[in-house]
Design a protein around this ligand. Structure first.
Ligand code: 5GP
Ligand code: MG
Ligand code: MG
Length: 182
């Protein structure tokens, strides 16, 4: 058991849970992309930790690239506005693209991104989301092909996920105490 951080109310995923997720999702992608030389794209900054782990769990040739979009600023609620802060360095035409995301909440950020990238004519485009929020009565705007695990509709941090750029370095995923942001 990880020691509880003073700002964390509850740990949802321990380091070992995360390792198991990475191994499973890595095997799924390896199976599906064995001869496709996929381009794995991580959305900065939250997805970098999952990216670093998942790329090593994918046992077939691949390349990587990064994009930065901004939708949440420093807050905890979606602004509904997606801005491209850093575009890809790689041409994706004819490539099999996998977008690695930290957490799919409303899915608005990713559905915007997928639409934008589809206009560049990749051979295929799929999503690998480390976390998917379970929001009652609501389906995300986009369906990820690969899902690490589902989490309740609470604001989570750690393993790359931040609140106001903090907590990304926590090795576990936990629920932030509302008193931190209220
Ligand atoms: P969406 O567009 O799917 O609603 O939100 C996507 C982005 O919002 C995520 O990539 C992430 O940056 C941020 N986000 C959504 N939910 C959470 C959360 O519980 N914790 C953190 N740290 N970020 C979140
Ligand atoms: Mg993200
Ligand atoms: Mg953030």
């Amino acid at each position: 058991m990880a020691e509880l951080h003073p700002d964390i109310q509850e740990i949802l995923l321990e380091e070992q849970d995360i390792k198991d997720i990475v191994k499973r999702v890595g095997a799924e992608i390896t199976r599906d992309y064995a001869d496709k030389n996929p381009l794995v794209i991580a959305v900065l900054r939250g997805a970098v930790v999952f990216m670093a782990d998942i790329m090593r769990a994918i046992k077939c040739p691949l390349s990587i690239d990064f994009m930065a979009v901004s939708s949440y600023g420093d807050g905890v609620k979606s602004s509904g506005v997606v801005r491209i802060v850093k575009d890809l360095d790689t041409k994706i035409e004819g490539r099999h693209v996998i977008i690695v995301e930290d957490v799919l909440d409303s899915g608005l950020t990713l559905s915007y991104l997928v639409r934008m990238l589809k206009s560049r004519n990749p051979a295929s485009i799929e999503i690998a989301a480390f976390l998917v929020k379970d929001i009652e009565g609501k389906r995300p705007a986009i369906d990820p092909c690969y899902v690490g695990t589902h989490v309740p509709d609470k604001f989570v941090v750690g393993y790359g996920l931040d609140y106001a750029e903090r907590y990304r370095n926590l090795p576990f995923v936990g629920v932030l105490k509302p008193s931190v942001y209220e």
